[in-house]
Design a protein around this ligand. Structure first.
Ligand code: NI
Length: 138
């Protein structure tokens, strides 16, 4: 019987964002989005977890080569978000409301085609130590 193994790669990045609707006043935005609406931006130390699942490849004993996984995450995600302004700098987030819900979906969309077919299982994004958001492509 094939045995499925789940591998999690953890990365961290720091980024600024602002949650706001341009048609609302700063006060109304604060009521809706709290400190994430700060007009001069604010930041989070995010933790990203990318979970890859699959059967162990007999030849290597790997689900995926972790070096390859790390390089893909760095090239397509971390280099575009770390120490960036997510509203302005990040091509795959620019133009969407940069909540963690939307960011985790955007990261999934960037990664799913870069990894071997069907291997991406889940993307988790920790915005604080108390909140994390997970997307599985559905
Ligand atoms: Ni925030």
């Amino acid at each position: 019987m094939e045995k499925k193994v789940y591998l999690t790669r953890r990365e961290t990045f720091a980024a600024a964002h602002r949650l706001f609707k341009p048609e609302l006043s700063d006060k109304e935005n604060f009521e809706l989005f709290g400190k994430c609406s700060n007009p001069n931006w604010h930041g989070h130390n995010y933790i990203l977890e990318v979970v890859v699942a699959g059967n162990v490849i007999a030849d290597t004993g790997f689900v995926i080569d972790v070096k390859d996984l790390k390089e893909i995450i760095h090239k397509y995600i971390i280099s575009k978000v770390d120490h960036k302004n997510l509203n302005l700098d990040t091509d795959f987030i620019k133009g969407i409301m940069p909540t963690s819900e939307n960011i985790v979906i955007a990261i999934w969309k960037e990664l799913v085609d870069k990894l071997p077919d069907g291997k991406l299982y889940s993307v988790k994004l920790y915005e604080t130590e108390n909140n994390y958001f997970e997307y599985k492509g559905e």
